[in-house]
Design a protein around this ligand. Structure first.
Ligand SMILES: C[S@@+](CC[C@H](N)C(=O)[O-])C[C@H]1O[C@@H](n2cnc3c(N)ncnc32)[C@H](O)[C@@H]1O
Length: 208
């Protein structure tokens, strides 16, 4: 599978500081791991209550854009099986390392566009937390929505977010050029903290 721009982008972030780029509320230099992992349960429960859904012990659930498995580990404790998909092999490598021995979890390197290894009507639920807001091309997000409809069994449900911020949907190249044009000309020496890039985990959200 040829490496996509999305994969390069997220692989680089995973190599730099995977946890921070999954949740940039963390302190970059001294991340509070307890609150990071607790955030997975909070995020999942927030999504479930927003859509009025529950995970049953018999469910097969897809976690789209699983990152380092923050929600995956919570899903694994509640569902029968979790298919955790991500476009970034580097994120998935860290997910497997940080969540050793999770029963019923399959880490899947996706193509960044769909759920090709999953059969029609094969799953009970799909969740995706702070992922689609990072996809600059809305047609890719729409493709995922189509795929969600394909893989869900009758009576299945999905919970995901889309952003209401139009800036997110500008092509990444154009955004980078615009950001460069806006950027101050002097860069502080010795600052390891990355600029707040398109990876914010908490823009305005809309639930589906
Ligand atoms: C901000 S992180 C969120 C991770 C996880 N959902 C969580 O809340 O902890 C976004 C994740 O989405 C993945 N991602 C970005 N674009 C994707 C795409 N087109 N298809 C699948 N995963 C994607 C990234 O690699 C990254 O792991």
């Amino acid at each position: 599978m040829p490496e996509t721009e999305a994969e390069r982008f997220w692989d680089a972030r995973a190599r730099e500081h995977a946890l921070f780029f999954v949740d940039n509320r963390l302190d970059y230099r001294s991340p509070d791991l307890e609150s990071f992992w607790a955030g997975g349960a909070e995020a999942l429960d927030g999504m479930l209550s927003a859509v009025g859904a529950q995970i049953r012990g018999t469910d097969v659930v897809v976690d789209i854009g699983c990152g380092v498995g923050r929600l995956t580990r919570v899903l694994a404790a509640r569902a029968r099986r979790v298919i955790a998909v991500d476009v970034s092999a580097e994120m998935l490598a860290r997910a497997a390392e940080l969540n050793p021995g999770l029963a019923g979890v399959e880490w899947v390197h996706g193509d960044g566009r769909g759920l090709p290894g999953i059969g029609d009507g094969a799953v009970d639920a799909c969740v995706s937390h702070v992922v689609f807001q990072h996809i600059p091309d809305p047609s890719i997000t729409l493709g995922y929505v189509r795929e969600i409809g394909r893989v869900l069994a009758p009576g299945g449900w999905a919970a995901f977010q889309v952003s209401t911020d139009p800036a997110i949907h500008r092509p990444r190249r154009a955004s980078a050029a615009a950001a460069a044009a806006r950027a101050p000309r002097i860069t502080p020496i010795g600052s390891a903290r990355p600029s707040p890039s398109a990876t914010s985990s908490a823009p305005r959200r809309r639930w589906a």
